[in-house]
Design a protein around this ligand. Sequence first.
Ligand code: CDP
Length: 240
Amino acid sequence: MGKKTDSELIIDGIRLDKRLPDQTREIKMKVGNIVSANGSAEVAFGNTTALASVHGPRPLFPKHLQESQTGILRVRYNMAPFSVTDRKSPGPDRRSVEISKVTRLALEPSLFLDDYPKVTVDGFVEIIQADGSTRVTGINALSLALASAGIPMTSLVSACSVGKINGTLIVDLNGMEDNNSESDVAVAMMPDKDIVTLLQMDGMLTKEELLHLLGLAKKTCGKIYEMQKNALLEKYRGEE
Ligand code: CDP
């Protein structure tokens, strides 16, 4: 939100959590941990953890919401009250409504929902620990959960944040970096198709900076995509 700070977030090219500008935090992925769901996944970027579950395809009620030619994806993003140091008041707010919507828009292009007329696929993202970049972490988790639910898809969606702190272009903003950034950008894409499905930007960047950041995001999403594929293989190879 047009943020700028005088505090030093990067010293001699090293960020306060000891990362290089183009380095992500440690990324962990696990598929299939919620047995009551049709699909599920947990993804962590450092101290940001998203748990995603998918229910459906299932009949959509009330009936007037049904689309005769296609199924629909519904998404609820929620930050748990205990996910941040200052307790977050429970329930939906403007931010979670917005993030639910952009998560849905980021994932819809990857799904063959036409195969499921009149039904819904319901995706839930719970942020159980929040330390920056929760929407992109949730998108990675929900894409994995949709794949593990067996929803036909053209590709996985991989997402990361990029931005600018103290004049330096960086990858994967943590909470402190996000709060004090000059700009932060959320990117989701289908890396194997080279298609961007979400691009949101806060703050100010030059055209050259934005293009450079998109290059960094593309490289990072490519790595995340490989990790997502490995997480799925790890889950399902043993079940063959
Ligand atoms: O999480 P994301 O970067 O996608 O969205 P944001 O609205 O830019 O939020 C940035 C960060 O602020 C979150 O990741 C949380 O770490 C923090 N936050 C918080 O501490 N309390 C809230 N109610 C909302 C966000």
